[in-house]
Design a protein around this ligand. Structure first.
Ligand code: ZN
Length: 477
């Protein structure tokens, strides 16, 4: 019983005692009636194979009968579970039966309350980490521990953050049960003002905040949680990006769209020269025969434009895509994918960046042995990489497909872009797959915002340039 007492503060025997505390959960801590439920689904017809439940009075349920479960939950007000809203409840209860309880889902809260690396120790992706043999009662125990920590973190948040989250999330099925359980503050009419007041330094002050609040409240909550992290390698979990694809769009509006007016945030964080100094220690871009090719290409990328840059050899091409990639890594925790046909070149670039102390670049290509490859994949997955160098044929790998799906991909850079078209002698058939892949990735995200593409080459015929609706950065002829 000790854990229950700690969770709800019915005893005061240690520092964790009043996790919910005097602010209470409901009208009286001791009067709260709740249970944790976990279900095992299997078979071709998605039958319920096994059910585990733990009730706040300590009773345990472990059998496969839905009717018995309903009886077990008869006097309960809150049903808690990991992914209960869109998984367990669907198999266990009819719509009408669900109405008698508030569902508390630990899954959706976890990235909001533990957005910083290392994430919560009990969660990996969207799953609970359970060491014991598969048993729904064990899963209930883990969910209980997780909810315990989520309540503790909620209570430890500064009050303005609780107000912002509660205002954005009231009325959303995935969050409402939890908000009721912790007696969260009611919706605030001035949530926009609260966000400006407390996040003003971290977001563009000309971002359309009122529209975002109205249209994408959950996405904004996840974006603000990520903005609050101090390690830019912290990332929004892939399952959140798939469930709420507009999180990426909201992040872009708040943090990676330089405003015309030049607000304080944009001047400080989205200025190409400042970025050059921060990431590379240079005070000015290199010019090529008097032309500011580097700066033009960097600024076009920072505005989110797709571009074709014809960079003569020695024109400083690499920095031109590395800098926006590193800046997007810092601003929106995004990933830039650089597709290059030359494996040795990829390695050189990653090594050169590492020599400058920039460890955000990872390369995945056919030269890696299986162990090196899995380490590289892990680094992309867990947010270590802002820049991924990859050979074009790797895009056909299902693993790479899955990994890129889990990250916020901000841009594809196609190096040696003459391989893409029949205009060059070095035409590579794998380059033709890049377009298909980018389209496929965009569809996975249901994102109307196209992923930007930069093409770099040392040579391109005029007729190719003229047929593409993109920004050109070329030396004048
Ligand atoms: Zn701005």
């Amino acid at each position: 019983m000790a854990i229950w007492n700690r969770l709800w503060g019915t005893k005061h025997n240690n520092n964790k005692a009043n996790i919910v505390g005097n602010e209470g959960v409901g009208t009286s801590n001791t009067s709260l009636r709740y249970a944790f439920v976990d279900t095992e689904i299997g078979g071709k017809n998605h039958q319920v194979r096994d059910i585990g439940a733990l009730r706040s009075d300590g009773a345990i349920f472990h059998q496969a009968s839905k009717a018995e479960l309903l009886n077990f939950l008869r006097d309960v007000d809150f049903i808690c579970g990991h992914n209960i809203v869109h998984h367990d409840a669907k198999y266990l209860f009819t719509h009408d039966e669900q109405q008698q309880w508030h569902l508390v889902d630990t899954l959706y809260l976890s990235p909001l309350l533990f957005p910083e690396r290392p994430y919560h120790k009990l969660v990996k992706d969207d799953k609970l980490i359970v060491e014991e043999l598969n048993n729904p009662v064990n899963d209930c125990e883990k969910t209980k521990d997780l909810l315990h920590d989520e309540i503790a973190h909620w209570k430890a948040l500064p009050s303005h953050k609780r107000l912002v989250f509660a205002s954005l999330l009231w009325g959303q099925r995935e969050f409402e049960g939890f908000l009721r359980m912790v007696n969260a503050e009611p919706k605030q009419a001035h949530v926009s003002q609260l966000i400006v007041e407390h996040y003003g330094e971290k977001i563009c002050s000309n971002a359309p905040l009122a529209d975002i609040i109205a249209q994408y409240p959950c996405e904004l909550a996840y974006a603000l949680a990520l903005i609050d992290t101090t390690d830019h390698r912290s990332v929004t979990p892939g399952w959140v990006l798939c469930t709420y694809p507009k999180v990426e769009y909201v992040m872009k509006l708040l943090r990676n769209t330089p405003c015309k007016q030049g607000c304080r945030y944009c001047k400080a964080q989205l200025d190409a020269i400042k970025g050059l100094e921060t990431h590379f220690g240079f005070s000015a871009f290199r010019t090529y025969e008097g032309e500011p090719l580097q700066q033009q290409a960097v600024e076009a990328a920072m505005k989110g434009q797709s571009l074709l840059a014809i960079f003569p050899t020695g024109g400083g091409k690499s920095l031109t895509f590395q800098l926006p990639a590193l800046m997007a890594g810092a601003a929106v925790h995004g990933l830039t994918v650089v597709i290059s046909p030359l494996q040795s070149l990829m390695k050189d670039q990653v090594d050169n960046l590492a020599e400058r102390g920039i460890t955000d670049a990872v390369s995945i290509n056919g030269l890696l042995d299986p162990i090196e490859r899995s380490v590289a994949i892990e680094r992309v997955q867990n947010g270590d990489a802002s820049l991924l160098y990859i050979s074009p044929e790797m895009l056909r790998s299902k693993t790479i497909e899955r990994v890129l799906c889990m990250r916020h991909v901000v841009r594809f850079v196609i190096d040696e872009a003459h391989c893409l078209s029949s205009w060059g002698q070095e035409f590579r058939v794998d380059y033709l797959y890049i377009g298909k892949f980018v389209n496929w990735l965009q569809k996975q995200r249901l994102n109307q915002q196209p992923i930007a593409i930069s093409c770099f080459t040392a040579t391109a015929k005029q007729k190719v340039c003229k047929t593409s609706a993109i920004t050109f950065v070329t030396p004048s002829i």
